[in-house]
Write a protein that binds this ligand. Sequence first.
Ligand SMILES: C[S@@+](CC[C@H](N)C(=O)[O-])C[C@H]1O[C@@H](n2cnc3c(N)ncnc32)[C@H](O)[C@@H]1O
Length: 304
Amino acid sequence: MRDPDGLIARAGVRGDPDRDQHFLVDDRVLDRLPTYLELSNRDASPGGSEESTESTDPIESAESTREVTSHLLEIGGGTGALTDRLLAVADEVTVVERDRRLAAFLEDEFAEEVAAGRLTVIQGDALEVDLPSFSASVSNLPYGVSSQIAFRLLPEKRPLVLMFQKEFAERMVAEPGTPEYGRLSVSAQHFAAVEIVETIPKEAFSPPPQVESAVVRSTPRTPDYEVADEAFFLRFVKAVFTQRRKTMRNAIRNTAHISGLEDADAVVEAADEDLLGKRAGAVTPAEFAELATLADEVGRSDER
Ligand SMILES: C[S@@+](CC[C@H](N)C(=O)[O-])C[C@H]1O[C@@H](n2cnc3c(N)ncnc32)[C@H](O)[C@@H]1O
């Protein structure tokens, strides 16, 4: 594997924190990141136990691992230390890098893989470029836009191994009733089972970021509840969490302009009293779904 410090030296760059450039320089961390994909090809649906869906047949399980690594997407390639590790396990890799100089360096450094059609370098903003269809993503994300990128990737329903700021990762995986639980937890967990698999000290990066980082493994799943209109469900959750200190009764009424509810009072009249007395931080994703479905039925007009 290429030496991360050697790559930085060859690229002739210094990571610029103002451009979210913190390059991973710890070989052990770099080597571990792709391995977190191995278990993420299980069906994480809450209905099916892991034992019943995980293949015990070594051939079948090798097949599914191969499927997961058939086309890996990396957002923010930097100087290519992670790209190199991904190329070692994948048939094909696409890397998106906004910095022109770094994108040109990647093309040059991995010229052989590019020529063989195993690596595609897309120079551009990961929030704007067309993404290819990919089997999974392993990325050390640019932290300034990590939330927007995560919510671009999560609806694709592919296994993801993503590096975030630790505090952000903790909010993503938080359970109801904890201080970290919020809009981010409900929205992320709507698309996937998410878990922190490793926390990473600042020294693993050059230059070191201000805060610790954490790796989140995200395994796509179908939630154990149904929502009629996913966009409305996500908007409703976003709306009520802007008033997390209020009871749901008041939060629903006060945030109708954000959620897009026309008749918030009708929702409050029809909803379960106990649920309306709770604060958003104590409401489970399934309860949010119940409320959003009710709100969809009684609080929104048919002319939408
Ligand atoms: C945290 S660094 C990770 C670099 C490399 N993958 C590594 O682990 O060493 C994030 C990278 O994303 C790039 N970047 C920043 N904003 C971006 C954006 N909006 N779209 C694509 N790449 C971006 C930066 O130039 C930087 O190379």
